[in-house]
Ligand binder design. Sequence first.
Ligand code: SF4
Length: 357
Amino acid sequence: MSKFNRVLASTLRQPSELVAHGFAPTADLPALEKVAARYAVAVTPEVAALIDPDDPNDPIARQYIPSVEELAVQSGERADPIGDHSHSPVEGIVHRYPDRVLFKLVHVCAVYCRFCFRREMVGPGRETALSQRTYRKALDYIRSHGDIWEVILTGGDPLMLSPRRLAEIMADLAAIDHVRIIRLHTRIPVADPARVDDEMVVALKVAGAATWVALHANHPRELTAAARTACARMIDAGIPMVSQSVLLRGVNDDAATLEALMRAFVECRIKPYYLHHGDLAPGTAHLRTTLEKGQELMRALRGRVSGLCQPDYVLDIPGGHGKAPAGPNYLSREPDPELRYRVVDYCGDVHLYPPNP
Ligand code: SF4
């Protein structure tokens, strides 16, 4: 059995397995079976090792262990919260902005996050990856749209593909003249770091386009020694990395945790990129914070860490209208005859700034 198949085989997928490991109470089993029938469950050995079964509020468990609260769907929540479908000209492609597309190659992940914005679209029971015919049609779409400068491989997790298949895809994309950037969104360095081996790193590098990797992690404990080694392997090979995190209630919605997470990214040479406000995915209200809370945390972060450690706090506008910066505002206009600006510093103190004559 290959090392990849060994991880797949020892991944926890059944609520009964989670109960047996002490990750969920026995009394919740019938409800968790209902949750698992609707939304995929997977907890790799690496992630399971991070969970403290004695802590009912463990921030790692909250991200990966299903909860009965997922059965409560709130008004406003929707199956396709960021409007992938309405911006999909051909299967596998989401074309929301003129210069870039999402290319959804696979429908599976190593782990399934309880807040996933594509939770209705990912998981076993669907086709694992695009068929060759669909893949070719998606490639033709990218080829015929000269404005597409960046292709973002997402899904599912593109690093679930074999290095051989990934190398073919990277080469196909890099052969398109106008595609200059190939970005991969992944949770693999956290969920299954051994997958990022030399073969995978070689597969990710391609002549003719720059590869970027965006790592999804939400808590500093997820950046284990093995995860850091996996990231270093890519970065040392010349692949720049950025971070993506989701603001999650009970996981990272306090300034100290966010600070530690952003510092950990920067120590790993990963530039903090996005802090996403939780999307309106069904059954995830218990994991979302308010926007005001997010803004308060961003204000706190600015007072605690350098600009290098600052992500953009963003909100995906439901319906597929793209991302909007959702962070606090530091600048306003004084209602006085001189029309001076009011500027708020990192301590919250207000200063006046003159307008240009
Ligand atoms: S890794 Fe990404 S796509 Fe997969 S379940 Fe988590 S958030 Fe969803």
